[in-house]
Design a protein around this ligand. Structure first.
Ligand code: ATP
Length: 588
């Protein structure tokens, strides 16, 4: 049974208006409760402005020019009229809605839109390529707009423009699916496990609708579909790591980018930390895997880093990162060839290895890799004391590495989660927090005095509360920006501005402009303090805040809002900062 698009559009409108996460879940659950196994994945993707999971590389996107032409054709309005309305309303979705309602009186809607038809047209738009593709995209969009009702037109235009801005995250969708299908929000955890094994929300939803909760409990890894990566907690000292893990492995921490490599016969896939398909970017890694990895089927992971064969040294991150490119791949791979330091294996010849202890996985990895020019193993030692760990850490730092990652010998591979099975220890600077935080921008201030010329004086930032699936504020940041960055940021943030507080943001302070939680930026600070102004880790009286926060670097394209530093991590950082203070006090 087809799903009327009108119903989905009205759900979108409710989602847009709500500023409560709970209500968001209820609206979503209602939407899902009317879906079927045939269309639930379409709804899940459309909610996120997509037509397929990110790993497929199929991205839905059109330019504003094309959208304006489509609106003009569908509603018989001159382009200049569309442009003028756009200036007035600031949103092409609203322009389409307005022009469509003008047309409404004259037309009888003979063919109501269905989710299936909208999805299929969008899918064709996303996959159209080559000559004539612009015309095809235009036709497909006009086709939908012709049969749309005004509210539907609003979303038909916003979705491919990437302007849906409903603020629903992965966990929000999973919780709503759990509620809709099992009546129990707690089933979200089981769905999360399945999602961690395949990183495809649409697929998880379909399996749930087809096979019920059982299908989710028996969910299996598939070669070619990426697993969500295991993440590391952080520590301030070697002592802290040994206190937690006892005897453990310490691996060199390479400062490159993470690659998850899948192999099936002669076919190889490479996925990024965010699980984008990067296969075509790294021909030497494909060749290296085929030559040096001995398995019919495998999924393994490592850090890729550009390597200077002449001097035998690693290039800095700024050089390595240039390899993430769409053009000039061959030249770049010759100039800055990559080496991959493999550190884990999750799947081998039909067997899921994620449940096996690290030590066993490492042995399997060592057996399968023929160490050579392209693939190598991460350097590691087994340590039992803080002194041994410290010595290895120092030797890594001396050689220009970032630090170490300690690993619990007995822990399974915990997909998609940041647990104490892996603990990172990085170079640190005394007097400052030894690690930076990745925070989500949720609003901005317009700026006074000198800054008023940029229209942006500072940003309000939040960390992610994973348990509650909410963003909680931790600081206002006004330092560290260059003038160019202030201008650029204002532009980016205006594109995602919202008329009210986003539903999943919890804040005690009100910025001049709220924005959709979308961009993650790295900030450094002197310390974490308790404060009544911020909601991160709120205990009824105070939350946590950053003292002297400043941005370092720029918006992180490799992290989405739910990949930001979590409230739990902030609390851990706060605690270990206290421990360091106490120790320093003792030393005096
Ligand atoms: P995270 O990936 O933890 O969210 P991040 O992207 O800021 O944070 P870091 O804090 O620098 O990265 O540390 C974690 C990353 O270190 C891993 O995701 C991985 O890419 C990299 N890494 C380098 N060497 C290793 C290793 N031997 N074992 C595990 N990870 C490693």
């Amino acid at each position: 049974m087809a799903y009327p698009f009108e119903r989905l559009a009205s759900g979108f409108r409710q989602l847009e208006a709500t500023s409560s996460r709970l209500e968001m879940i209820n609206i979503l659950a209602k939407i899902f409760s009317e879906a079927t196994a045939e269309n639930v994945h379409m709804i899940v993707y459309l909610l996120q402005g997509r037509v397929a999971a990110p790993y497929t590389g199929i991205e839905l996107g059109i330019g504003e020019k094309l959208a304006m032409r489509a609106i003009s054709q569908a509603y018989g309005a001159d382009l200049s009229e569309v442009e003028a309305l756009y200036k007035e309303l600031g949103d092409l979705g609203l322009v389409a809605e307005r022009l469509c309602s003008g047309k409404k009186q004259m037309t009888l809607f003979s063919q109501p839109l269905t989710v299936e038809r909208v999805y299929n047209n969008f899918y064709r738009i996303a996959t159209a390529s080559g000559s004539g593709s612009q015309d095809l995209k235009l036709r497909l969009l006009v086709d939908l707009l012709n049969d749309a009702k005004p509210l539907e037109a609003r979303y038909i235009v916003r979705i491919p423009l990437g302007k849906l801005r409903l603020g629903v995250g992965d966990a929000t969708i999973l919780e709503a699916l759990a509620l809709a299908k099992t009546g129990n929000r707690d089933f979200r955890e089981k769905l999360e496990r399945a999602y961690n094994l395949c990183s495809d929300l649409g697929y998880v939803a379909r399996r749930l609708f087809e096979g019920g909760p059982e299908a989710i409990e028996n969910f299996k890894i598939v070669v070619g579909i990426p697993i969500r990566p295991a993440l590391a907690q952080r520590a301030q000292s070697a002592e802290e790591i040994i206190a937690r893990l006892g005897t453990c492995a310490a691996e060199a921490k390479y400062d490159g980018f993470r690659c998850q490599i899948h192999k099936k016969g002669n076919k190889v896939w490479i996925f990024s930390r965010r699980l984008e398909n990067m296969t075509d970017m790294f021909p030497e890694l494909i060749e290296g895997t085929l030559k040096q990895f001995d398995a019919e089927e495998a999924i393994f992971e490592g850090e890729a880093i550009a390597y200077n064969e002449e001097t035998g040294e690693f290039y800095p991150f700024q050089v390595t990162i240039q390899r993430k490119r769409k053009y000039g791949i061959k030249e770049a791979s010759e100039e800055y060839p990559l080496r991959l330091f493999a550190f884990d294996i999750m799947y081998l010849n039909g067997e899921d290895l994620t449940g096996k202890p690290y030590e066993e996985r490492r042995k399997i990895l060592e057996d399968r890799i023929k160490r050579g020019d392209v693939l190598d193993l991460s350097e590691r030692v087994i340590v039992s004391t803080a002194k041994e760990l410290e010595d290895f850490f120092e030797s890594c730092v001396e050689r220009g590495l970032e630090g170490i990652v300690a690993k619990d010998l007995k822990a399974p591979y915990i997909a998609g989660a940041r647990k104490w099975a892996w603990i990172k220890l990085k170079r640190s600077y005394r007097g400052e927090l030894s690690d930076t935080l990745d925070v989500v921008i949720v609003g901005y201030y317009k700026g006074r005095g000198k800054r008023s010329q940029f229209g942006l004086g500072g940003i309000l930032v939040a960390v992610y509360d994973k348990k509650e699936d909410l963003f909680k504020t931790i600081a206002k940041v006004g330092s560290g920006f260059t003038e160019e960055q202030l201008r650029e940021m204002k532009k980016l943030l205006d594109e995602i501005a919202l008329p009210h507080k986003p539903a999943r943001v919890v804040s005690k302070i009100e910025p001049d402009v709220w924005v959709e939680p979308k961009y993650v930026i790295t900030v450094a600070a002197d310390e974490i303090t308790r404060s009544p102004n911020h909601t991160a880790g709120w205990d009824g009286e105070r939350g946590y805040a950053l003292r002297f926060p400043r941005i370092v670097g720029w918006i992180r394209s490799d992290k989405g809002p739910e990949d930001a530093t979590t409230v739990d991590e902030v609390i851990e950082m706060y605690k270990s900062q206290k421990r360091v203070e106490v120790r320093e006090g003792e030393e005096q």
